[in-house]
Design a protein around this ligand. Structure first.
Ligand code: NAD
Length: 348
């Protein structure tokens, strides 16, 4: 594995690595950019067969956080940590305490949060060792689950895309196909239903489907059929890479706007959406509500201020889509440019 070439390829200067036999910690903390502020990004705790893949994940995800914070107007840089999950028994408390001490050594250059494989309880453990952690439980002075805030931002982004593409100021009667009814998907359905949108939904978890069907009168389709639904908006809220060679030609919607990270399997699928005149709200711009929420946790937390800032995701998505249309380029490229403009301004 050519570490330094990999780092250069992702535009990096700084990666911290720690291994501790006793706790089982195998940590990679990637700090991509701190021009706008300290690097904030979640902690992923999953199995990896290959250390190189873990390293690449940390670099890729940290870079994404730089862009997300920049386009959202936050005074934060981009970072991410990957902890390789042990395959032998381990003490979770000891491992996350050790991770907390590593973060503390960095003196605030990196601030952690939840991500795949970690939960509020882990952040509470990290908090025993360092103040540079967000996503801590409400009982421990944190802001708790960020998903409702992510969902609020996605709803605002959908409203902006509907304004841009359908020239409508309301979601009343707008048909939205929601893929994935987990933490964010459920709250998104709640937001959309309250504004009169008509929902078609799917999940591979039958209990989650039933809850949304019963509470919001949603139409249910099989998970394999969600791409074929005749609707105005497709809202991916499950896994990444939903827009790929198989699915992009099947879509009957005018808009793709949802919470999932890495919606485009490859960048060229953003161009394929454009070629089909489907407006795409770039993932990291529309799903930043949870990041806004945890960003406020570092300072003094005020939910009213948080919600007001998340509402501005409407303006960001509208600007991305309007600029993309005027310049006749794909929206995911415009989003990158807007983030880079802000980073360049801060450098000046
Ligand atoms: P989650 O795990 O709670 O929910 C995902 C849901 O998708 C689950 O209910 C799962 O059963 C379902 N699912 C999995 N495969 C599916 C398939 N093939 N078809 C239909 N449903 C399927 O995750 P979440 O926290 O709700 O996050 C959803 C997405 O949003 C992820 O991509 C995540 O990275 C992204 N995201 C989440 C947040 C947040 O605040 N939680 C913030 C930003 C981005």
């Amino acid at each position: 594995m050519d570490l330094f070439a990999k780092m250069a390829g992702h535009g990096f200067g700084e990666v911290h690595v720690r291994r501790d036999e006793a706790s089982g910690l195998a940590a990679i903390i990637a700090i991509h950019d701190t021009r706008l502020g300290p690097a904030l990004g979640g902690c992923r705790f999953i199995h990896y067969d290959d250390e190189g893949a873990a390293f690449t994940d940390a670099l890729r995800l940290a870079r994404g956080m730089t862009y997300k914070a920049a386009i959202t107007g936050l005074a934060l840089g981009g970072g991410k940590s990957v902890l390789i999950k042990p395959r032998t028994p381990f003490d979770r408390g000891a491992l996350f305490s050790d991770f907390g001490r590593l973060i503390d050594h960095l003196g605030g250059r990196y601030i952690t949060a939840e991500d795949s494989g970690t939960a509020t309880a882990d952040m509470d453990t990290v908090r025993t060792q360092t103040r540079w952690v967000t996503g801590v439980s409400k009982e421990k002075g944190g802001s708790g689950d960020p998903s409702p805030f992510t969902a609020l931002g996605v709803r605002r982004g959908i409203e902006a895309a509907v304004k841009h593409k359908l020239n409508r100021d309301s979601l009343d009667g707008v048909r939205v196909a929601v893929q994935g009814l987990g933490h964010v998907g459920y709250y998104l359905c709640k937001e959309l239903n309250a504004l009169g949108a008509k929902l078609t939904v799917c999940d591979i978890d039958a209990a989650r489907v039933e809850r949304v069907r019963a509470e919001f009168s949603a139409t249910v389709v099989d998970s394999t059929a969600i791409y074929d639904v005749d609707a105005d908006v497709f809202a991916p809220c499950a896994l990444g890479a939903g827009i790929n060679d198989d699915t992009v030609g099947r879509l009957k919607v005018k808009i793709v706007a949802g919470a999932a990270n890495n919606v485009l399997a490859e960048a060229r699928h953003g161009d394929a959406l454009k070629a089909r005149a489907i407006a795409y709200a770039p993932d990291y711009a529309i799903n930043a509500g949870g990041l806004v929420n945890v960003a406020h946790e570092i300072k003094s937390y005020d939910e009213t201020v948080v919600r007001a800032q998340i509402h501005k995701i409407y303006d960001t998505i509208l600007e991305v889509l309007d600029r993309a249309q005027k310049a006749d380029i794909s929206s995911h490229i415009v989003a990158d440019r807007m983030a880079e403009e802000r980073l360049a301004q801060s450098a000046r």
